[in-house]
Design a protein around this ligand. Sequence first.
Ligand code: ADP
Length: 242
Amino acid sequence: MKTEAVLERQLPGRVSTPAHGRALIECRDLGHTYRSRTGADVPAITGVDLSIEAGEFVCLLGPSGCGKTTLLNMVAGFLPPTEGRLRVRGEPVTGPAPERGVVFQDYSLFPWLTVLGNVEFGLRMAGSPAHERRRRAAELLALVGLEAAANRYPFELSGGMKQRVAIARALATDPALLLMDEPFAALDAMTRGALQTQLLDIQARTGKTVLFVTHNIGEAIFMATRILVLSSRPGRVVEDIR
Ligand code: ADP
């Protein structure tokens, strides 16, 4: 029998069940409408009520144009909510922050920096000393299996390698949350499969919480511990499958 249950028997009414930890991401009636200067406004996401706990691997799944990227961009702090409330670790999201690492579909590496320079970038911005940046970047390149490519430039890499650099870069500031927007959509099927497996391995080793956008049902089933299915625009969560 659990300790709380034993104590409850001995001290009835005096034992409180421990509260669950605060959700890492909390959305209440959250929505975003794109305001158009010329045409009609575009409601992209509406009425999203959601709590995501630390350690979950959550896929946002839905048809193209249903608002997945909009929701992810709100959590990233790139877009403000136009309705409702969004909190990360209990604090309202007011902009991007190092606790939220982002990986985009199009790699978005800095072409003038080497692989090492790209991975070190966030740490440089955060004012981390050179030796510390080097150590952390080397560790992350080992994690994604790219130690040998440290001094190469993005144009010398395959799509899969670029995306592994982007993942290492997003992890550099040790974020609590990894936000990924269709990160493997542009890759061929074999590379995609390899990166999916590698990402699951990285998540298992780092314990990061992942919010992952995809329109691929197979990918969501393979990757996620929880799938949130969005309706067509304006997107709302119509299924929450654990
Ligand atoms: P998804 O990621 O599911 O494909 P998005 O979040 O990119 O969907 O887009 C949701 C809807 O919002 C789409 O209809 C899209 O055309 C519209 N939209 C996205 N960005 C803008 C914008 N900057 N201005 C106006 N409408 C937009």
